[in-house]
Design a protein around this ligand. Structure first.
Ligand SMILES: [Fe+2]
Length: 430
């Protein structure tokens, strides 16, 4: 496979053709498509969604998707969807070491669900999973009809094939795959692991910038879509479909990645999180962590996200007379965190790359005792937080843990102890 090439831009209509002249000009569905291709429309939002939010792509392919055979159920104990009924999730802060994920096969085989909220049938909520793979999806592709996929590599680069072309991503980058788009997520160099969020709700979009103005945060131009690349092969392929919280599979008699040209804005993208233009306080106090939102998937209630994807990237801390780490906090939203590399600034230890934490709705959390002590007495010179990249899936509904997460030996039973050393400092006036 040749090295991928990319088109730049998020949300706007892009177009690509593997052969000059393959893309119909002046219309989408001519009586005869150039080169004998079929036209197929891929709708990723309802037809009548307002224009600014509408996502659809026209695919011009060797044969239409409709040729796939009947589906039969495919067992997969690890991959679960909301609503989960796995056990009781306590209102405690919870944290996991990087779990031991053994030789688990390909991307689908190795998925294990950590938590989920909402209801997949109602298009509300998210699924939070880990992936670990040592094999490519040879003669196999995935269609997630339930969710948009947000892939967060933590170790090992990815080589991702999609109907719109292929792309590569390494830790520090993310990959977005539209709901229902055929894809194959493979380890580029033999093995890979990371985090996966299934977004059951509206597609992720860039947040508004408000008074920040017309640049900053994640910039549209840094989102990269693949260019059209097709496979013309009569090789049978297993299509694995996630549908209403269950897995099915069917056979297609030819390679599914047979799109020669496309035009639209329902596209896979990758984004390098190191391009994020971080905003912060240059006077005192620090803003809400929503200042670090890369992408947001709105719910039906304005201002309340089904999913915010938030990062904690390298940045300067310069605020004067300010407690600089995250404050002690109780949030009506629920916070799942992972660490891609480095050290998170509210923790000295216990939150390792590949690990994760969950602070569900209104569960108190904040800096551990040692961090509070140090941050309260430090001389406040400008300080660079470097070589660190943590992220958060922040979501509207409390996350229910899977049985795997509740019973995992990686679950730390002493996490809450990190606050037990918080000293009493209160000195009332005499
Ligand atoms: Fe928080």
């Amino acid at each position: 496979m040749t090295a991928p090439s990319y088109l730049s831009g998020f949300g706007n209509e892009l177009e690509s053709e593997a052969h000059a002249g393959a893309l119909p000009r002046g219309q989408f569905s001519p009586q005869r498509v150039p080169f004998g291709l079929y036209a197929e429309k891929f709708s990723n939002t309802a037809f009548t969604v307002p224009r600014a939010d509408n996502r659809r792509t026209w695919l011009y392919r060797i044969r239409p998707s409709v040729m796939q055979g009947p589906h039969t159920p495919l067992e997969h104990d690890g991959w679960r969807s909301a609503p989960l009924g796995d056990g009781v999730t306590p209102p405690d802060p919870m944290r996991w070491d990087p779990p031991a994920l053994t030789d688990t096969g390909d991307f689908v085989d190795g998925l294990v669900t950590v938590a989920a909220n909402g209801n997949v049938a109602l298009q509300a909520g998210i699924g939070v999973h880990l992936y670990a793979m040592t094999r490519p999806m040879t003669a196999r592709c995935l269609v997630d009809a339930d969710a948009e996929l947000l892939v967060v590599p933590q170790a090992g680069a990815l080589a991702v094939r999609t109907e719109c072309g292929h792309l590569e991503a390494e830790p520090g980058e993310i990959v977005l795959i539209p709901r229902g788009m055929k894809c194959a997520v493979d380890p580029r160099d033999g093995a890979a692991r990371g985090y996966l969020c299934e977004n059951y709700g509206a597609p992720l979009r860039l947040p508004e910038r408000g008074p920040v103005g017309s640049d900053g945060f994640a910039n549209d131009r840094d989102f990269l879509a693949p260019t059209a690349a097709y496979v013309d092969a009569e090789t049978p392929c297993e299509i694995v479909t996630r549908f209403q919280g269950r897995l099915f599979h069917a056979t297609l008699g030819h390679d599914p990645f047979d799109v020669v040209a496309w035009v639209g804005n329902a596209l896979p993208w990758k984004y390098d999180l190191r391009r994020f233009n971080t905003m912060g306080s240059i006077s005192y106090d620090h803003p809400d962590p929503s200042i670090f939102t890369v992408l947001t998937a709105p719910s039906d209630t304005p201002g309340i996200a089904n999913l915010d994807f938030v990062i904690f990237p390298p940045r300067w801390l310069v605020a004067e007379d300010t407690f600089r780490p995250p404050w002690y906090h109780r949030n009506v939203m629920s916070e799942f965190m992972g660490l891609i590399y480095g050290q998170y600034d509210a923790r000295k230890s216990g939150f390792e790359p590949g690990g994760m934490s969950l602070h569900n709705a209104l569960v108190p959390h904040g800096p551990e005792a040692g961090v509070h002590e140090a941050a309260s007495t430090a001389a406040l010179a400008p300080q660079k937080l470097d070589d660190t990249l943590a992220f958060m899936f922040e979501t509207r509904y409390p996350l229910a843990l899977s049985r795997w997460a509740l019973e995992s030996p990686a679950l730390q039973d002493d996490y809450a102890n990190c606050w037990q050393g918080l000293a009493r400092h209160f000195l009332p006036p005499a």
